[in-house]
Design a protein around this ligand. Structure first.
Ligand code: GRF
Length: 198
């Protein structure tokens, strides 16, 4: 599979995906694309020799379709056949998502269907959750609600803050996403589960 990774920030998940593909026969990176020119992940991708591009949503004010058409053109030009969203902070319209049904994955920092959307760690803490974690799912037009491909679970600890919890969940993301991509690219649809419960 020819994989494009979409980022908006530091790209730590992207970096683990790239590392995991270096030994893979089934997936190889063809593009890392960011909607922000200042995304730290761009340098990480370049350091691994992966082509990078920036398509800023700010260049298409109030024209989401034009922004997404620019994204789509980049993916087509790179011969992309699988998109991984990794810390990508823009919502994609159903029109765009529909073109990539079954070919676009996302990682979300909660145990979906719990806590779709933002601020997941603070919300899990506020709700007194005993467990929390992250999910990789296929992207559909309903935000954060596509078919689930893997989950990693951990125990919330006394004294956890949103920051400490986010940091522990992020290390699980780094384990989960590469495993899910490897199975998905090999056509293996068995869900990945990681139990890091204390
Ligand atoms: C993190 O909050 C992570 O939980 C979510 O995206 C954010 C940035 O991740 N998936 P990354 O370091 O850019 O991969």
């Amino acid at each position: 599979r020819r994989v494009a990774i979409l980022i908006s920030g530091g790209g730590s998940n992207m970096d683990r995906l790239l590392a995991s593909m270096e030994g893979s026969d089934n997936a190889r990176p063809v593009l890392v694309l960011s909607n922000r020119a200042d995304a730290g992940g761009l340098a990480k991708a370049s350091a691994r020799g992966v082509p990078v591009a920036v398509v800023s949503h700010k260049d298409f004010p109030k024209d989401r379709n034009a922004f997404e058409a620019a994204l789509h053109a980049r993916f087509e030009a790179a011969g992309t056949d699988l998109i991984c969203l990794a810390g990508f902070m823009r919502i994609l319209t159903p029109g765009f998502v529909g073109k990539w049904t079954g070919r676009m994955l996302n990682i979300h920092p909660s145990l979906l269907p719990k806590y779709p959307g933002l601020d997941t760690h603070a919300r899990a803490l506020a709700a007194g959750e005993a467990e929390h974690g992250c999910t990789v799912h296929e992207v559909t037009s309903e935000l954060d609600m596509g078919p689930m491909l893997g989950q990693a679970r951990l125990s919330v600890r006394a004294g956890d803050t949103a920051e400490t919890l986010a940091a522990r969940v992020l290390t699980l993301e780094h384990r989960l996403y590469p495993q899910v991509l490897a199975r998905f690219a090999a056509g293996d649809r068995r869900p990945v589960t990681i139990e890091a419960v204390d």
